[in-house]
Design a protein around this ligand. Structure first.
Ligand code: COA
Ligand code: MG
Length: 290
C-alpha cells in the first residue's frame, strides 16, 4: 500500500514551481508535459523535467511525469527522454484501450533490460478521461501488472461526453463511482478529480471528503493551498484511529473466545466492521512514518 493522498501537478517548464513542489510534502509530485504546457514549449519542458528529475531532491514525494497523449507526436520523444531519469511512474493521459498500456509496458521493459534495472521498476498510472476509456476499463485494468493507479480526468471527460461541469460534480457521479469500483477490483489506487478552485480551500476540502468516503486513495491537486486539506481528508482522524483500535482489540478478544458480533457504544461490530478498522490502522501506520 502506497500513500497517494495529494497528487500535485506542477507545470514541467516552470523550474521555480518544480523546485517549490519538491518542498511541499505532497505524496506525489507529477511534473506535467501535457495540458499545462503550450505546444511551443513542449521540447523545453521535456528537457527541464529530465533535468529536474535527475537533480532535484523530491524528499519522500513520488516523482511522476505526465507525458503527452499517445495520439500526439510528443508522446514518444517524451517517453524516450523521461525514462532516462527513472521516475517512480509515468502518467499516461487519455488511455482508451489495453494496447496503449501494453505498448508502453514493452517500451519500459526494453529500457529496464538495457539499463539493468529490475523489470517493473518504472510504474504506470492511467488517466481515464474519455467515454471510450470507461467502456474499455476492464481491459485497461488487465493490460499490465505495471499499472498502479487509475486517475479520473473530469475536464476531458466532460468534453468527451458533452457534459457541463457544475460545482456539485453531479455529472461525474457515474464515472467517479465506476472508476473507484474498477480500481478496487484490480487492487489499484484511485485518484480523484481536480478541483480548479484553489483560493477557497473549503471547496477542495468538501470534494476530498467525498472522494475519501467513496474509497478513493487520493486526489489530484494543482496548488500548494490544496495539499494539506486533501492529505487530511484522506487520513483517518485521531478519533477514528482510536475507535478502530478499540474495535480490533475487542473483536479479536471475542474471536479468541469463540464468539462473534458484539455491541460497542450502541453500534454492532462484526467481521466487515473489524476489517474496516484494520484498514484504518494500516493507513494510520503508513501516515505515522510519512
Ligand atoms: N506547484 C508548485 N508550486 C506552485 C504551484 C504548483 N502547482 N502552484 C502555485 N505554486 C507556487 C507559486 O509559484 C507561488 O510560489 P512563490 O510564492 O514562491 O512564487 C505560490 O505557489 C503561490 O502561487 P499563486 O501565486 O497563488 O499561484 P500562481 O498564480 O503562481 O499559479 C496556477 C496558479 C493555477 C497557474 C498554478 O497553481 C499551477 O500552475 N497549477 C498547476 C497547473 C497544472 O499543472 N495543470 C495541469 C494539470 S490539471
Ligand atoms: Mg486531461
Amino acid at each position: 500500500m502506497h500513500l497517494r493522498r495529494a497528487f500535485l501537478y506542477t507545470p514541467g517548464d516552470d523550474l521555480r514551481k518544480v523546485e517549490k513542489a519538491c518542498t511541499l510534502r505532497a505524496d506525489c509530485v507529477c511534473l506535467d508535459l501535457e495540458d499545462a504546457i503550450s505546444a511551443s514549449q513542449k521540447e523545453d519542458a521535456r528537457l527541464a523535467v529530465a533535468h529536474a528529475l535527475g537533480t532535484f531532491d523530491f524528499g519522500k514525494s513520488e516523482r511522476l511525469v505526465r507525458v503527452n497523449a499517445p495520439s500526439t507526436p510528443f508522446y514518444l520523444p517524451d517517453l524516450r527522454i523521461v525514462v532516462q531519469a527513472v521516475p517512480h511512474a509515468i502518467v499516461i493521459p487519455k488511455v482508451e484501450d489495453a494496447a496503449t498500456l501494453q505498448y508502453v509496458d514493452g517500451f519500459l521493459e526494453a529500457f529496464e533490460t538495457q539499463s539493468v534495472l529490475e523489470l517493473g521498476t518504472i510504474r504506470l498510472m492511467a488517466i481515464i478521461e474519455t467515454a471510450r476509456s470507461f467502456v474499455n476499463l476492464k481491459d485497461i485494468c488487465e493490460a499490465t501488472s505495471r499499472l498502479d493507479a487509475l486517475v479520473l480526468g473530469a475536464e476531458d471527460l466532460a468534453v468527451s461526453l458533452g457534459a457541463r461541469r457544475t460545482p456539485s460534480n453531479q455529472e461525474m457521479e457515474y464515472a467517479r463511482s465506476q472508476l473507484v469500483m474498477f480500481a478496487a477490483a484490480y487492487g489499484l489506487d484511485a485518484i480523484d478529480l481536480v478541483c480548479n478552485t484553489y483560493h477557497d480551500t473549503n471547496v477542495v476540502q468538501h470534494e476530498a471528503q467525498q472522494g475519501a468516503q467513496m474509497g478513493y486513495s487520493g486526489k489530484q491537486v494543482i496548488h500548494p493551498n490544496q495539499i494539506a486539506v486533501v492529505q487530511q481528508a484522506f487520513s483517518p482522524t485521531p478519533q477514528e484511529v482510536q475507535r478502530a483500535q478499540q474495535i480490533v482489540n475487542e473483536y479479536e478478544e471475542r474471536m479468541q473466545a469463540g464468539k462473534g458480533a458484539l455491541g460497542l457504544e450502541g453500534k454492532m461490530v462484526d467481521m466487515p466492521v473489524y476489517r474496516q478498522a484494520k484498514q484504518i490502522l494500516e493507513k494510520a501506520a503508513l501516515i505515522e512514518v510519512w
